[in-house]
Design a binder for this molecule. Sequence first.
Ligand SMILES: NC(=O)c1ccc[n+]([C@@H]2O[C@H](COP(=O)([O-])OP(=O)(O)OC[C@H]3O[C@@H](n4cnc5c(N)ncnc54)[C@H](OP(=O)(O)O)[C@@H]3O)[C@@H](O)[C@H]2O)c1
Length: 252
Amino acid sequence: MDLNSFSLAGRRFAVTGANTGIGQGIAVAIARSGGSVIGFGRSDMSETSALVSAAGGTFSPTLVDLSDLRSGVEALEAAMDEAPLDGLVNNAGIIRRADSVDLTEDDWDAVVDLNLKATFFLSQSFGRRCLQAGRPGRIVNIASLLSFQGGIRVPSYTASKHGVAGITKILANEWAARGVNVNAIAPGYIETNNTAALRADPDRTRAILERIPAGRWGAAEDIGAAAAFLLADASRYIHGVILPVDGGWLAR
Ligand SMILES: NC(=O)c1ccc[n+]([C@@H]2O[C@H](COP(=O)([O-])OP(=O)(O)OC[C@H]3O[C@@H](n4cnc5c(N)ncnc54)[C@H](OP(=O)(O)O)[C@@H]3O)[C@@H](O)[C@H]2O)c1
């Protein structure tokens, strides 16, 4: 292990929800650092594949709906049977907007099952392999500003992302001494499908922008760069952090 190394050369990483948005930005950043990527998701990933190739990397798509936990874990296990994985990025996530008095059980279950439950059990599957083989490993979970703040009209999302922060810490506590780093990134307001509804609302967009010290929304590549760091040797003594990449939002 080279403490000064930001290189991911020769390493293989799984990224969930890699077809678009932040997952795509992370896949491209891994490729730029020399790593190869297996994308797990339910939609066509050819755009990401092309971007990763252009960055000089290799990308293999695995089509799987991660709301079906068993299928998700089986797909990850199959990828690890093929060849060892060096890291897992739990990025796939959804949001459902409703006043707390109106939120349905379906809106609760859909969000918590994907954002929190799948993140935990995919991490369990990956972490177990690392511990059994005595291999180092990296997990990067995609949390949110709503891992720290309450938000408005997104109760199941806020619960799930607070949960992601919690499982990041407990897994770090259990696995840090055994060579597995578990960390999370809390993206600020990033221009992706996830925030399309917010960006379509001029009042919300203006209010959000006025509060961001950096004076702009984030791009998927801002999150990709942070993820590549947390997957590299250079971050080997970082465990259990929830790293805000938010243009300064939480400092305000
Ligand atoms: N954008 C932001 O400002 C922001 C801020 C904080 C945190 N985040 C988090 O960042 C992560 C990525 O979100 P994003 O902003 O990039 O939004 P996005 O463009 O909507 O991407 C979400 C990804 O998750 C995938 N996904 C959703 N349901 C899935 C399922 N059942 N099985 C497999 N994949 C599924 C999506 O696939 P499909 O394209 O097929 O739906 C997509 O690849 C999420 O965890 C989100 O909560 C985003």
